[in-house]
Design a protein around this ligand. Structure first.
Ligand code: PDD
Length: 278
């Protein structure tokens, strides 16, 4: 299997990462997940822009340009035989021994790695929806950075899994923010509501796509905070992410949501999304 390591594509078994790499020691790094459909990356520009913007937010100097990165990830896809799937890329701040919390000098070169996974669209779940739980959002206050230190998200996803659910819908106090690895939105009386971008959520690329679909379909979208009570009273709820696409929620804790029928807002968004990717 071929992977990206530094600025080249190598066999996975050639890769050696120093145990003092700051990604390994501190979780000091940023990442992206980009889907490809029929061997073409979806929203590559937007993901690469967000990758660079996350790096900038943590003052990490990127050792390659956006176009060099595009070339590398395109070359890696060409090495793979997968038709559909996603690429995972991450940039850590590199190896700066001895261990010290402060940012190292700019001579320390950040380290890029990347790999491709074949994955089929989960058409069964896209039809039937997923079970979720409500969990207190215990993460920090810079959730806008797509960083590799994901312990908060992992612990929350694990809470959901312990309750046989696929995803955790997070709330700070009674305000719904996002999910452990996706954004969340609700439909009420023909309009869509979702938390505004800012420091409490990741600005999702999939959200940009479904918002464009909503605009095309003349469905109003309100980006404003809403409460857990409003969520539980919603007509429909969905999560969105690169790997989940527009994913209906069929249950939140004990509350069961009717599966959206054809013509429901979720189904309209799903078919618009599907036209863009397949
Ligand atoms: N997760 N919020 C969080 C906390 C996420 O981890 C993600 C994505 C999203 C949705 O972002 P996008 O639509 O750009 O994928 C929102 C990715 C897929 C992951 O960590 O695997």
């Amino acid at each position: 299997m071929k992977v990206i390591w530094g600025n080249e594509i190598v066999d996975r078994n050639k890769v050696t990462i120093d145990f003092e790499d700051r990604g390994y020691q501190f979780g000091d790094g940023v990442y992206e997940v980009i889907s490809f459909y029929n061997r073409t990356y979806f929203c590559m520009e937007e993901h690469i822009d967000r990758f660079f913007s996350s790096a900038k937010k943590i003052e990490m100097r990127m050792p390659l340009s956006k176009s060099e990165l595009k070339e590398l990830i395109t070359d890696l896809l060409n090495e793979s035989e997968a038709t559909d799937g996603y690429i995972y890329i991450q940039m850590t701040r590199g190896n700066a021994s001895p261990r010290d919390h402060s940012y190292p000098s700019q001579d320390v070169v950040p380290l890029l790695t990347g790999s491709i996974a074949a994955a089929e669209r989960d058409t069964d779940k896209l039809k039937k929806g997923i079970k979720t739980t409500l969990e207190e959002d215990i993460r920090w206050l810079r959730c806008d950075i797509k960083m590799i230190s994901l312990l908060g998200n992992i612990m929350l996803k694990h809470e959901a899994h312990k309750k046989n659910a696929d995803e955790a819908i997070l709330h700070r106090g009674n305000i719904v923010t996002e999910c452990s690895s996706s954004n969340v939105a609700m439909v009420k009386d023909g309009a869509i509501y979702t938390h505004p971008d800012g420091n409490l959520i990741l600005p999702g690329i999939t959200k940009i796509v479904w918002k464009a679909c909503a605009e095309q379909l003349n469905i109003p979208v309100y980006e404003r905070p809403f409460t857990t009570e409003e969520l539980l009273e919603a007509d429909e709820v969905f999560c969105s992410s690169t790997t989940k696409e527009v994913m209906p929620v069929n249950q939140i804790d004990d509350k069961v949501f009717e599966l959206p029928e054809s013509g429901s807002l979720i189904r309209l968004l799903q078919s618009c999304y599907e036209k863009k990717v397949v």
